[in-house]
Design a protein around this ligand. Sequence first.
Ligand SMILES: Nc1ncnc2c1ncn2[C@@H]1O[C@H](COP(=O)(O)OP(=O)(O)OP(=O)(O)O)[C@@H](O)[C@H]1O
Length: 850
Amino acid sequence: MAANSDSIVQHSPQPVAPFDPGDVVTTDRLEAYMDEGKPMLNNYARHAKIGGGQHGEVYLCYKINTRVPPGDPDRRVPVAMKSVKRDNARAKQMKRLRQQRLPTTEHTPLADKLGTTEAKIRKEIAIMKKCRHPHVVRLFEIIDDRMKEKIYMVMEYLAGGEVKWRNEHDQPILSVEQTRRIIRDAILGLEYLHHQGIIHRDIKPANLLWTEDRRQVKIADFGVSHFSYAQRLAAAGDGAIIEDPEDPILLDDSDLTRRAGTPSFLAPEVVYEHTNEPLASSLSDVPTARSSGIPSIATSQSLTTPSKRPPITKAIDIWALGVTLYCLLFGRTPFVADPAAAGSEWSLYNSICNHGWAVDNVMGADHIPTGGRRPVGDSEGAVVIRLLDHLLQKDVKNRITLEKLKCNKWFLRDLSDPKKWLQLTLPKGKIDVTYGEEQEAMSTVHFRWHWGVVSRRISSLFRRSREANQEGQDARGPVRSDPNVRIRRHRSAALADRRRPDTSDLNIYGSKNDKGKHHAESDPSSEPSSSSGTRPKSIERWPVSSIGGSIAHRGPSPTPKGYHGSPSILIDDRTRPSNTTSAAGSSSASGNVSPQSSPTTTDKPRARFAMFLNTISQWRPNKFSSPQSGSSPSDSAGPSSSTDVTQRTRTISIKAHARTNRPTRRSEEALRYYQRTSTTPRVGSGPLTADRRASSWGQGDQPMEFAEVLSECSSNELNDREMIVGSGGVCNDRSFAPRTPSRLSNVATASPASEPDSGDDDEVEQRFGPSCFDEDSSTIASAFDGGGGWQDGRDLDEDEDDDDGHHHDGDNVNGDLMFEDDDEEEDDSGDPDDDAVTFSPRKRPPPTHD
Ligand SMILES: Nc1ncnc2c1ncn2[C@@H]1O[C@H](COP(=O)(O)OP(=O)(O)OP(=O)(O)O)[C@@H](O)[C@H]1O
């Protein structure tokens, strides 16, 4: 089907013709059986495993079209089928374990909710269903049988496999021209995604898949992608996309604050809390430059970091694209962890936030001169390095937009008609947003907004009543019969009675004992009417702000980063239970509550409600609290203060470091990669011969790795018009003609794509099952927000793996067990999986779905 799909693109009279093999089919029944010795799942025959990652396994399957006679090539259409387990007993058990060990923050329950495997795949499906573009992998069918343990996604098969970009010596294997085409395709795909309101969040070479003929790449893997309803609405409007990164509607996407993606490719704003941490000074010479001896150059421009946590927007994809471009050109990632810091993620993030990047003297497999880090002139090298500068801007405000990126002359230089290309590739069309989609994609976010929304609504009720009352007063004095006035007067009178003696004290929210003082202050009788229109920012952003707040205590600065300074935030701080030495408490001790920072008098009713609601939401009994936390009783009853969280995270962090012989984890496999020097041999990635390199570009006959084995699909010639779209536009050289497709036998005998690392990874394998980690590192989907809960990237990653469950459940590297339940062997929870898919040995005719 990949070939068919491609042919739709390639032979369409419109170069950007809708890539539409039909609507995504949802099948709610799953039948697994054997047919002539081959496992069948409905009408799909399974062949071999072509990939596996954090979220599932991917198999090459053939859709059997029973209407076509046997022998006809159209009878079997190759597809990629990704299977993802729903939550299982083991995952739940691991989650429980994790919750016992980690500090409890207000994010924890949400993160756990978001982190369920089923939630992830549902979101991925919702997102993929929307995508129809030549440079985005297409979803064909969902097999979602509620009685079965796994959900299956049937996708377009990209026979070229993922983009490989370096050899075992960390040298680039792609030419600069190939690189340009790859990035150009990715830009088109990304542009479309962003137009749809989708932030991919995991752009990296491994998620760019080649078509069979290596003429196009498509964006794959939406496992951690984010659907931004706001962004989508913006795109769906009359073409006016909101560009203001401070736009509150984008901030509503609180799910984005979770750290997800691949560590090396994370944008600085995602790991913002690492900016200017003490380690930065000790790592001024990060070994980013290779043999060229060029030192790491920290330019004032690229190192400009914003003073507060920037919103996380689609710009994170642009950063990741910049990292990808760098990888393809230089065979390594631009930011690496300091080997002295044991290559921790923490060190890597520190590097991303605070360090510059260096370049070699030459780029690409064809060794095009770069002209150094600050090139002058208009050489190809100079253009590319300047482009990288635009992409790898740490401050999101300075980062180039896709619209501008697309017009960069490097991408246009080999197109016969750049203007036309730009015109044809413009994403267009009004986008319909249905309620169902929104629910599917955004339901988790709604959960997070709950208290904030309620408090805001109640607050606005108060505001309205206050305004109405004010009008009434202005017009005719107080009206006692107005219910709002009565309530207000009643409350204020009661509070004033209780608090009257302390009204002069400004230190009103600092400690538990002082807690009620503000009530007296908020006596509406003292409210000046002039400020009735003031409306602080909504307090539902508390979770987002708290991230910055809690993390800020890690660093030297006592001021929480991401602290908006709005009255609402202060209210939140105060409404934190003032257990032990909370941040709020310390601020009170210093008496630093400035009058202008306190709620305006007109907002006090609103503030009281906000406080009340937040107190309820934060003081609710938390089943995830750790009994051994050693905290005071008030600690266990309520949420931790920032200081407490930090303290505990530090303790855990120290413990983690102290464990010398602890088993390694997948994320550390990724980290070991960051530490690798260019001389470190990469186990499992055989020598890259000229033939293999040629094969990666469609030449030569030597079979590549399994994922790159060609299928039976026949390749199609591109016509001139289609050649200008995406990467197809520059392949004029006949010598680059696609090689003859190999036969199926290649597929059957090929080795699996996912080879576990050997050597010191034995322990990892023993504990977690065979690794699926690939050389350009694995995706993380942190169960914790990019804030309070994260320490040094160690424990949480382990837990993250745990959270996903399926990783440990016997990743079937041999590619034999796609449709079978593999929990039985390794599930130590003891829970039998009675919903496992088993194959009936009886031959059954495949059901027809055509
Ligand atoms: N449509 C496809 N055609 C061909 N190969 C595919 C396809 N989809 C996925 N693969 C292969 O399977 C691998 C894993 O797929 P995918 O990235 O979707 O899984 P994942 O569990 O989300 O992985 P990750 O840990 O990188 O997030 C890919 O790197 C690729 O090699």
